[in-house]
Design a protein around this ligand. Structure first.
Ligand SMILES: *Cc1c(COP(=O)(O)O)cnc(C)c1O
Length: 423
């Protein structure tokens, strides 16, 4: 039998891939903690926690055992009209860590659908109260997913180009960076004054797909405050930032004004199975609570609140809350800070930034060079046993919280070697 990578080419179509330019894949056969192993037995440190999902480590036995128990107890049941213990326990656990104004939880399957649910909640919140509000506001370089609603509010044109004629009505504002806060707030308020804005969707403080671009908490707080003033629904997309990555359970905790809606996925289920949640305030929920059936939220996925996924999420939250995991988060954050003191002075480093365990550096390279550079960096890192996915001219680290100090040192050394040897 041919190896896995070779057999892959016959029928599989990979996400976010131009197969003509990138025909090859690496077959991963197992994972443990912060490590991935390929079919040839090579190991890689998972420097991006497989897209920020398996933050407590791959194949965590505590989660795997809970999932197995649940699989033999109740696998799947319709969540309209039925409920179950894993969903109820998960809701209770989330209420303890979500910002206090979040009171209701709606299930879906991935970050994109969590965004779509949030957008539908915001639009119907106004519709149910007899207001026509058909505009959404989003950040210029935001990313909220690949379904049509989520894509509409995302600002990264390489993904969205062919579909832009079919998008929702969206106005865009720049992120507040600490210097432009007044301008951004001014532009935002001019848009809100028109009176037709239903909601504002944003990735709080860190924009993952925009290469871990970070913005100003004070500035964002002002924008959320303006949403209050104009009865506009503030939607925090915490799909990337949620569950401890920023040093707090949710990035929204860095602001005084709280969002009306929060979307969650990725680390919600610790990298084990897909699931997503959209949480909202009692006030949002109440706009749908009516004798009129048509005012309900008629959105639903077949696998809503899958019991195994709920169990996995619950176990993940238990791990997150443990003293050991909180200590890991502090340890990794402090380690990045020490690395940064050194590396930010490197002549090939233009700028660095960090929030919690999220660390990013922009490289000092001319735009002509950077086309092929991303692939060269990726190959260099992989040859040295570190899985990182540079974005444009940005290298970022978002390793599982359980990454060891030795593994972190190796990640730093490999990055430094790339700066010295490749640039
Ligand atoms: C990944 C991501 C999404 C989309 O989630 P999927 O599970 O890939 O659909 C949405 N928003 C943010 C901020 C993300 O990082």
């Amino acid at each position: 039998m041919k190896n896995i990578s070779a057999r892959d080419k016959k029928h599989l179509w990979h996400p976010l891939t131009q197969h003509k330019l990138h025909p090859d894949t690496i077959a991963i056969t197992r994972a443990k903690g912060a490590l991935l192993y390929d079919e040839e037995g090579r190991e890689y440190i998972d420097g991006i926690a497989s897209w920020y999902t398996c933050m407590y480590g791959h194949c965590h036995p505590y989660i795997a055992e809970a999932a197995h128990r649940q699989m033999t107890q109740l696998d799947q049941v319709v969540f309209s009209g039925f409920t179950h213990e894993p969903a109820v326990r998960l809701s209770e656990a989330l209420m303890e860590i979500l910002p206090e104004n979040q009171q209701k939880l709606f299930f879906s399957d991935n970050g994109s659908t969590a965004s779509d649910v949030a957008i539908k909640m915001a639009l119907q919140y106004h519709f149910n109260q007899g207001r026509k509000r058909d505009v959404l506001v989003a950040f210029e370089e935001g990313f909220h997913g690949d379904t049509f609603g989520a894509m509409s509010v995302s600002g990264l044109s390489v993904y969205n180009g062919p579909f832009s004629d079919f998008f929702l009505n969206v106005e865009r504002i720049p992120v507040p960076d600490g210097n432009n806060n007044r301008e951004v707030a001014g532009k935002f308020e001019r848009i809100l004054r028109a009176g037709n804005v239903a909601g504002f969707i944003y990735e709080p403080l860190v924009q993952g797909a925009a290469a871990m671009k970070m913005h100003d908490a004070e500035g964002l707080n002002t924008l959320i405050g303006l949403c209050r003033k104009y009865d506009v629904i503030a939607i925090a997309d915490e799909v990337m930032t949620g569950f401890g990555k920023t040093g707090r359970n949710f990035a929204s905790e860095y602001m005084d004004h709280l969002p009306d809606i929060i979307s969650m996925s990725k680390a919600l289920t610790a990298g084990m199975v897909p699931m997503a949640l959209t949480s909202c305030t009692r006030e949002v929920y109440d706009a749908f609570y009516s004798d009129d059936i048509g005012k309900g939220l008629f959105h639903g996925h077949t696998y809503s609140a899958n019991p195994v996924a709920c169990t996995v999420a619950l176990s993940g939250i238990e791990l997150l809350k443990s003293g050991e995991m909180q200590e890991n988060i502090r340890r990794v954050s402090a380690s990045h800070r020490r690395f940064d003191e050194d590396i930010r002075k490197h002549p090939k480093v233009a700028r660095t930034r960090q929030l919690g365990v999220i660390y990013a550096m922009d490289l000092e390279v001319s735009t002509e060079r950077y086309g092929g550079l991303r692939d060269k960096l990726f190959r260099f890192f992989m040859e040295k046993g570190v899985y990182l996915r540079p974005l444009g001219n940005t290298i970022y680290i978002l390793a599982p919280y359980v990454v060891t100090d030795e593994q972190l040192q190796k990640v730093y050394e490999v990055i430094k070697a790339a700066l010295d040897e490749l640039l």
